[in-house]
Design a protein around this ligand. Structure first.
Ligand SMILES: Cc1cc2nc3c(=O)[nH]c(=O)nc-3n(C[C@H](O)[C@H](O)[C@H](O)COP(=O)(O)O)c2cc1C
Length: 376
């Protein structure tokens, strides 16, 4: 392919001095398949599959900094030595056989913790299901019939900030290539940002400065222990999609501050703070948020949400709306999505040698696939 028509989706990019082979990212996806925070063989299967999807970066699911910060009893954690040893085993195999670089999403579920796995109902754990105490900026439940969280006291700020740092240090030891803090979807850091969930009257609530204070303290503390040659980002919900909630303007302002403090990228999602938000679920519906943050805060961004088609992904990167596209469900549906995108857009993908005979130049079957799709 000539340089004029070369795919932008398949062009390399440097972030924090690290080179990523293309712009495709596996978006973090909870698997609810850990036991006491400990990774299982499901993680080996799931991550093993996606490490050869064609994405240059695979970000592991929300990984809790303390047991109380897990969304469900099945969430992955990285808060003790057992968690770390189990993840080390998984990562060793995934690195040995996979091509993607590996990122981690460091998380605390806040008032949305202590809930059932989605396939068990996804509601707050009932009294007979071993629920645990949840924490949030204010003692306001996520929704009716959800746990009323404990409002953060002085000791909670310190405990949770230290827990983020300790998890980041474990992640450094595990050799993760990148990390993002989970500041989206209504979980703890987002709950501090949004006026809908943060109604504190001390220095950690009120206006923009107060609401961003704890998330920024956590970011600074993690930044201090995270190596500068590995990208560290922040996933935010760019808008609550609710009147009186967190806004895209505030997201841009936060992104500017994060950039000054050494944040390498923003991963722009949205929603999740409360039920009843009106979200227009059209293809690429969150891309304009990423584009605005990229333009106004001048920071690299990941766009995410209903990015499904290779040409759509190509357009987002080529038109400068985002530096990366993060995909979740399209990659579960088609774990080699990146391979197909490479064929359609003329990009290059590193096949594992075991699967090399399925590459277009070695398998005549590809030609028949193309012919039959033309006949359809
Ligand atoms: C099974 C599943 C688990 C998810 N878990 C997480 C998570 O751990 N952290 C997160 O920030 N988003 C999570 N998400 C949201 C995705 O990362 C992504 O933002 C969302 O699915 C929209 O992208 P998509 O349209 O490509 O699926 C999850 C989504 C799915 C489908």
């Amino acid at each position: 392919m000539s340089s004029q028509t070369a795919s932008k989706l398949f062009s390399p990019i440097d972030l924090a001095g690290r080179t990523f082979a293309n712009r495709i990212v596996v978006s973090p996806m909870c698997q609810y398949s850990a036991e006491n925070g400990i990774a299982t063989d499901w993680h080996l299967m799931h991550l093993g599959m996606l490490a050869n999807s064609g994405a240059s970066l695979l970000i592991l699911e929300a990984t809790a900094v303390e047991a109380a910060g897990r969304i469900t009893p099945g969430d992955l954690g990285l808060y003790n030595d057992e968690n770390e040893a189990a993840l080390a085993r998984v990562l060793t195999s995934v690195r040995r056989y996979g091509n993607a670089q590996l990122g981690i999403q460091i998380a605390h579920a806040g008032r949305k913790a202590s809930s059932q796995r989605p396939w068990e109902g996804g509601r707050a754990l009932r009294p007979d299901q071993d629920p645990w105490t949840t924490y949030a900026p204010s003692a306001i439940p996520f929704a009716e019939d959800w746990h009323t969280p404990q409002a953060f006291a002085a000791r909670d700020f310190e405990r949770v900030r230290n827990a983020f740092v300790a998890t980041a240090q474990r992640a450094v030891r595990l050799g993760f290539d990148a990390a993002e803090l989970h500041g989206a979807h209504g979980y703890l850091l987002h709950a501090f940002l949004s006026p809908l969930s943060n109604q504190r009257t001390d220095g950690y609530g009120g206006g923009f400065e107060g609401r961003t204070r704890f998330p920024l303290e956590v970011f600074d503390a993690v930044r201090a222990v995270w190596p500068t040659d590995r990208p560290l980002g922040f996933r935010l919900s760019a808008s609550d999609w609710i009147e009186g909630g967190w806004t895209i303007e505030e997201s841009v302002a936060l992104a500017k501050i994060l950039k000054q403090r050494g944040c390498d990228f923003i991963d722009a999602s949205s929603g999740g703070i409360a039920l009843g938000a009106k979200i227009p679920l059209t293809p690429g519906y969150q891309v304009p948020f990423a584009a605005q943050i990229r333009r106004e805060a001048e920071i690299p961004v990941m766009a995410v949400g209903l990015i499904v088609d290779p040409k759509q992904a190509e357009r987002i990167v080529a038109e400068g709306e985002a530096d990366f596209v993060a995909l979740a469900r399209a990659l579960l549906d088609e774990p080699h999505w990146g391979w197909r995108a490479a064929r359609e857009l003329g990009g290059e993908i590193a096949y594992p040698p075991q699967y090399a005979r399925a590459a277009p130049e070695l398998w005549p079957g590809h030609k028949f696939q193309e012919e039959s799709s033309v006949m359809d």
